[in-house]
Design a protein around this ligand. Sequence first.
Ligand code: CA
Ligand code: CA
Length: 224
Amino acid sequence: MKIFTKIVVLLVVVSNGLFAFSRRVDQMPNGRVFGCANCHINPAGGSSRNDFGKQIAAGFLQDGDLVWSPELAALDADGDGATNGEELQNPGGTWKIGDAAPGNIDLVTNPGDAASVPVNTRVKQPYPAWQPEEYMLGQNFPNPFNPTTNIEFTVRSQSRVTITVFNINGEPVKKIVDGYFQKGKYQVIFDGRDENGIMLSSGLYIYQMKTENIIQRRQMILLK
Ligand SMILES: [Ca+2]
Ligand SMILES: [Ca+2]
């Protein structure tokens, strides 16, 4: 009976591991081309991560899920001159779970392997071009930042506006704007500190603009 129990436990552990494998692999554009080898030195997964895997683990996992984003796509994990987004055939980082994998599967390269350099000329762009005019909350700049960064926002009609920074657990760490604004374009500087003036640690943060009519969110990376 004891042996039977151990076997059941072992099976549960193994099946959880397999689930995690396919879940995260499927959270990356064309992730099944390289599977675990996208992030791990051992192609079967587990143990040591390659440069891309280290970057993923350092700031792009939420509750064990990979958060693919324009910020992660813009970084170059293995320093070969091609961004992660170019290597994974999604240069803008626009791909989301549930979308068809973008790009040409034949052109995907392993983003953790500095010897692999992607060819971009045939990448499909399955999403409409990004229209910055549609966003009233701008992308912070510089990004990644250390320790200060600028955030632009546009108010289309007089409104109370708040902009709040959240950590990746969804906890608010700093309200950087709270007031009534006339129609116009504004800029605020975020100093990388929380409500108590304490410098935040490196990582991914979300900032959210809220008016009477809209809520918009973007991501930014504090990199020290
Ligand atoms: Ca690269
Ligand atoms: Ca590469």
